[in-house]
Design a protein around this ligand. Structure first.
Ligand SMILES: C[S@@+](CC[C@H](N)C(=O)[O-])C[C@H]1O[C@@H](n2cnc3c(N)ncnc32)[C@H](O)[C@@H]1O
Length: 409
């Protein structure tokens, strides 16, 4: 079957979404053929582990979803993130950063800065508060997004642009200040497993007879997943036969690297997810992998290779455990609504456009999307990890002053 026909079939299954351009289909076919090559190469007759497939679908150089050039974030892309909904999101986060920068001085480092909007809004508000960081570093894996960030930030905040620089990796150690990552953990490749009658096994990908990429449960369990299942806290969970879910092991080494690099300051991680006891609920038995294509969310992870975002929810208990192992303290955990309210988003919004009714209505609508429980307010969580900060500060971080849900982790 021609690859374009395969994509046409997939689009039909997805329903009301536009057909990719011919150029996008060609690009997708290259990634598909690269994967097929690897599937054929396996001498052990086992499926290719899903974590490797997800890595390629998202980050294969020049071909993966984040590496390639199509517009991803925003109305003309596939999904919208909080910084793109309202500048007040970044302004509120900046208030939290300022509280810490006043004590530590130093810099801000943002991971995975998307279109650069959060960087812009945080810097604009910090300038107002007269609390600009020494540097605003960005670590961005996607060459395409890095270029978009550079163009946007130079055009929109030229006077602050000299503060911003892009790093290829984390500084080794000695970083002081604030580290931010908004919706980055959900984009990390995850391991997939299924509980079978013979115990847990890895889930991977094979090529079906008709040429489609297809999930298949391995007859084996990789060493890293065997070690995960052997942990005391995981042995307490009950996975019935047929239960499928995922584990983000890459996040753990990433948090360790953050802990090694931060000598004093705050790490704020924002994403959608739950504490572990909710993550691995018996009824959530098909995992949380979800794809975004042209503002349509669906679970066909192996469709549209390289043309759609693939994400998994975040197990915030695992984040807290990894932080603890890395010598960081967990100084707050709450939902987006409480965090933004604690950081004064409503007061910031009231003060803006006080004499422009239309603008006020527009801002009110944006803030509703950010904080209402049935929109982003409850599903998105913020966790604060700290290193070497005074107790007077860590016990009163403003974003966690209205509600602190650490007991639920
Ligand atoms: C879902 S987007 C979120 C973008 C932005 N933070 C926002 O909220 O609009 C994920 C971002 O993380 C980046 N990313 C994913 N994995 C990364 C990694 N290992 N290191 C740095 N950036 C990464 C992606 O390229 C992208 O910029």
């Amino acid at each position: 079957m021609l690859y374009a026909d395969r994509i046409r079939q997939q689009i039909q299954v997805l329903g009301n979404v536009p057909m990719p351009s011919n150029e996008a289909i060609e690009h997708s076919e290259q990634l598909y053929l690269q994967l097929i090559d690897q599937l054929g190469d396996r001498s052990d007759n086992q499926p290719l582990p899903f974590v490797e497939v997800m890595e390629q679908l998202l980050h294969s150089p020049g071909l993966g979803y984040y590496s390639a050039g199509a517009l991803k974030i925003g109305a003309a892309g596939d999904f919208v993130t909080a910084p793109e909904i309202s500048a007040f999101y970044g302004f509120a986060l900046a208030n939290q950063c300022a509280e810490v920068l006043k004590v530590t001085s130093g810099s801000i480092l943002e991971f995975g800065a998307g279109l650069g909007t959060l960087a812009k809004d945080v810097l604009v508000q910090l300038e107002k508060l007269q609390c600009l960081p020494e540097h605003y570093y960005i670590v961005e894996i996607s060459a395409d997004l890095k270029q978009r960030q550079q163009i946007k930030l130079q055009a929109e905040i030229p006077h602050l642009f000299p503060l911003i620089s892009w790093l290829d990796q984390l500084p080794d150690e000695g970083f002081k200040g604030v580290i931010l990552a908004n919706e980055v953990i959900d984009a990390m490749p995850v391991h997939l497993f299924e509980m079978t009658a013979n115990g847990p096994k890895d889930v991977g990908v094979v090529k079906a007879v008709d040429g489609e990429l297809e999930f298949q449960t391995s007859t084996e369990l990789s060493n890293e997943m065997a070690q995960w299942f052997a942990r005391d806290e995981i042995q307490q969970l009950h996975f019935p036969e047929g239960y499928i879910s995922e584990v983000n092991l890459i996040m753990e080494s990433w948090i360790k690297a953050l802990g090694d690099c931060l000598s004093q300051g705050l790490i704020l991680l924002i994403d959608y997810g739950y504490p572990r006891h909710e993550y691995y609920l018996e009824e959530r038995n098909q995992g949380s992998l979800i794809c975004h294509y042209r503002h349509h969310s669906h679970d066909k992870v192996l469709y549209l290779a390289g043309l759609q975002d693939i994400t998994a929810h975040v197990d915030f208990t695992a984040v807290a455990e990894a932080a603890f192992e890395s010598g960081l303290s967990v100084s707050g955990y709450t939902n987006q609504a409480s965090f933004l309210s604690g950081c004064g988003i409503l007061q910031l919004a009231e003060a803006a456009a006080a004499d422009d009714l239309d603008k006020q209505m527009q801002i009110a609508q944006q803030i509703r999307t950010l904080i209402m429980p049935d929109e982003m307010g409850e599903m998105f969580k913020i966790i604060a990890l700290t290193q070497d900060l005074p107790l007077e500060l860590t016990s009163h971080l403003q974003g966690f002053s209205l509600s602190d849900l650490r007991h639920a982790l």
